[in-house]
Design a protein around this ligand. Structure first.
Ligand code: NAD
Ligand code: WQD
Length: 339
């Protein structure tokens, strides 16, 4: 059975992907420095699946330590989740973002090359489409002008992977461009555990619902959308995780360089998220309308056809599932992994 190394695998998307890979029969090795996560997430992955995960605490920028992991394990493919991801913080601390996100990528590619590992899947983002591409975003569009350093790190890393694959015909790469992952495993045992004040909509909504935050501010209601609030392509994190299993199946049997969107193709507005959350969970989410947030685009969603054609994958869960599972995780774990 193939062994998959999850770089940054203790995080939100990595932990859900670990569950789906283990359920599909893969062996999983996780490497993480817990800069935005906890080893408790992996203990819970083991609880859900009844299987064990080999876990290493280290900074992926540290080549020497990463070499040891590849020496100890026969790795068939890598999924690279490790990165800093807070858009606002990336504007305040661009050097930290470029250093961490790009160095982890270089470190992984160097180590893979040293140990003859030829398959890597990368967590990219819809943010690489930039400001000027029209929706729905299609993989054939050129990468655009990003609105913040976080987005630029993703754009630059895509370029690095493409150049590396051009120079080494044995290297296979799949760049997965995620849209807006929300939700949690249906057990409510693992989920998103942001540190401090959440930057993203769904954790903010859940924390207002559970009483940790007073009130949600909806950033702008004067956008040219059907109800004036921004629309996004929200995707259930378990669907997203299953997309990674399909991508692993594919990369292990094809020599390829592919860019693939992972979204549903259906946009929902901020107001629709709040009202669906309230209805499905029978709980009020106090909210007010405030000014627009700098850098937000009015509308953003995927053309999701390529994932269906190449990977045989489409998202299966709907917005109600996303809202129910987000709340199930939040109400059972009001303090996340810090019990
Ligand atoms: P996350 O912060 O929960 O997970 C990232 C993990 O990487 C964390 O466990 C963190 O501790 C680890 N990490 C960071 N730097 C590291 C380093 N130098 N060495 C070792 N470990 C390190 O984030 P997530 O939501 O699970 O996102 C996973 C990936 O997907 C990220 O690269 C993110 O940019 C990308 N992405 C996320 C979203 C989203 O909305 N969540 C959307 C698009 C793309
Ligand atoms: C969603 C909508 C906000 C919070 C970001 C990154 C993107 C990717 C996903 C990592 C927007 C509105 C939010 C709040 C609000 N991440 N909102 N009140 O900005 O679409 O995407 O996360 O790769 O690269 O840019 O996600 O969850 O922050 O916002 O009204 O308190 O919710 O204005 O319309 P976004 P988000």
């Amino acid at each position: 059975m193939s062994t998959i190394l999850l770089a940054g695998g203790a995080g939100y998307i990595g932990s859900h992907t670990a569950v789906e890979l283990l359920n599909a029969g893969y062996e999983v090795v996780v490497v993480d420095n817990y800069s935005n996560s906890s080893p408790e997430a992996i203990r819970r992955v083991e609880k859900i699946t009844g299987k064990t995960v080999k876990l290493y605490e280290l900074d992926i920028k540290d080549n020497a330590k990463l070499f040891e992991v590849f020496k100890e394990n026969r790795i068939d493919a890598v999924i690279h989740f490790a990165g800093l991801k807070a858009v606002g913080e990336s504007v305040q601390k661009p050097i930290m973002y470029y250093r961490n996100n790009i160095d982890t990528t270089l470190s992984l590619l160097e180590t893979m090359s040293e140990y003859g590992v030829n398959n890597i899947i990368f967590s990219s983002s819809a943010s690489v489409y930039g400001e000027n591409n029209p929706v729905p975003y299609t993989e054939t569009m050129k990468r655009g002008v990003c609105t913040n350093p976080y987005g630029w790190t993703k754009s630059m890393m895509e370029q690095i992977f493409e150049d590396a694959a051009k120079a080494d015909e044995n290297l296979s790469v799949i760049l997965l461009r995620y849209f807006n992952p929300i939700g949690a495993h249906e057990s409510g045992i693992i989920g998103e555990d942001p540190q401090g004040i959440p930057n993203n909509l769904m954790p903010y909504v859940s924390q207002v619902a559970v009483g940790k935050r007073e009130c949600l501010t909806i950033f702008g209601n004067d956008y040219p959308t059907h109800d004036g609030t921004c629309t996004r392509d929200y995707i259930h994190v378990v669907d997203l995780a299953k997309g990674h299993v399909k991508a692993i199946d594919y990369i292990l049997s094809h020599n390829c360089v592919e860019i693939i969107n992972l979204g549903t193709g259906t946009p929902y507005s901020v107001t629709e998220i709040v009202s669906t959350f309230e209805r499905v969970n029978g709980i009020k989410v106090k909210h007010v309308y405030g000014p627009r947030r700098a850098g937000d685009l009015a509308e953003l969603y995927a053309n999701a056809d390529k994932a269906a054609e190449i990977l045989g994958w489409r998202a299966e869960k709907n917005l109600e599932d996303m809202c129910r599972d987000s709340w199930n995780w939040q109400k059972n774990n009001p303090n996340g992994y810090n019990q």
